[in-house]
Design a protein around this ligand. Structure first.
Ligand code: SF4
Length: 337
């Protein structure tokens, strides 16, 4: 068994994986070519922070490798096509196969990875007719030996037939997970940022998934316009009550070509500093149940996509500072839950 992580003040994802599998398990993040019901092809609608690129894994965005922050990348995003009709199924399956190969090779080379999970990461991965979902899931799962199958989606895109389908894969992999975007448990904030669903929708989806034994991971953004410590408390109690087993947290960031970017240019919103995000994160962690696995604590969007923040600490520096602060204050995840 490998050593536990250096971070003892929260329930780290690495420790969850090592405890379950004896060593780290790496995710192969894939864009399976889905779209999003909250975004229109003409770029209207959508969450105010959505840059229309579907949040795919950095190592899959090979065309961006030469981009730097001041390149015209953000303008390209702002003016390019967004979320059009999905490509032909055969084309998507070929693309998934290429991404799986590329992701696996990258993870082996970079981390000497042995165990891997399949992560349908980009866009809304349950937004399609059920037969299309089945074809894509079956094909992607057949492309490797996976420990876990992780599907990222919106709370309003998990109807019962989708839950039934996902539950079938529990015999194929060790664990099936659904990552649900909550972002905030304030309905007012959700409306303001254009999420297109409310908090009760999240509760409903999480409950139905949980009843079938499917793991639920909630996505949360700290620093959204309008959110304060009362909203963070509500977010923590919502997640605790929903039976979520994991959480992904990140600081508000502002990609170019988004409505949030327009508001930022007008001075209507700002991004939390490192110190602010440390305080907000500690506040939330202390109120989350201690058994919830913390999968992420900071934004991992590549710098060249971000209009703000420009000078945020990198992930390892942020985690070290967060941990040191929690040790100095003698606080930990769950001590105020
Ligand atoms: S749910 Fe995701 S893909 Fe859809 S508009 Fe929001 S951020 Fe963009």
């Amino acid at each position: 068994m490998m050593a536990a992580s250096a971070y003892t003040r929260w329930n780290s994802y690495r420790d969850y994986l090592v405890a379950g599998y004896g060593e780290p398990v790496w995710r192969v993040g894939v864009d399976a070519g889905f779209s999003c019901p909250n975004r229109n092809p003409d770029r209207s609608g959508g969450c105010c922070y959505c840059d229309g690129t579907g949040a795919s894994a950095a190592y899959q965005r090979t065309k961006e490798s030469a981009w730097y922050h001041d390149s015209p990348f953000m303008e390209r995003i702002a003016s390019g096509p967004s979320c059009g009709p999905p490509a032909a199924l055969s084309e998507r399956l070929e693309s998934i196969s290429r991404q799986v190969e590329h992701g696996r090779a990258f993870l082996r080379r970079r981390y000497d990875a042995r165990l891997m999970s399949l992560y349908l990461q980009a866009w809304t991965n349950t937004f399609a007719p059920i037969e299309e979902l089945r074809t894509i899931y079956d094909a992607a799962l057949s492309m490797g030996s996976w420990k876990e199958f992780i599907v990222s989606t919106r709370p309003d895109c998990v109807p019962e037939p989708v839950v039934d389908l996902l539950a079938l894969y529990q015999g194929v992999v060790d664990r099936v997970w659904v990552e649900l975007g909550l972002q905030s448990a304030s309905d007012r904030t959700l409306e303001r940022i254009g999420r297109g669903h409310d908090v009760s929708c999240f509760h409903d989806a999480a409950e139905r998934l949980r009843r079938r034994g499917i793991g639920v991971c909630a996505h949360v953004i700290l620093g959204l316009p309008g959110d304060d410590y009362d909203a963070f408390s509500l977010t923590a109690s919502t997640i605790n009550a929903s039976g979520c087993e994991a959480v992904k947290i990140h600081n508000l960031h502002i990609p170019g070509g988004t409505r949030l970017y327009d508001s930022y240019l007008k001075g209507e919103v700002s991004c939390p500093s490192v110190r602010r995000h440390i305080e907000d994160t500690i506040y939330l962690l202390r109120r989350l149940r201690s058994d919830i696995v913390i999968e992420r604590l900071v934004c991992e969007t590549p710098a060249h996509r971000l209009a703000a923040p420009r000078d945020f600490a990198d992930k390892s520096r942020f985690l070290a500072l967060l941990h040191r602060t929690m040790v100095e204050r003698d606080v930990r995840q769950g001590d105020m839950a």
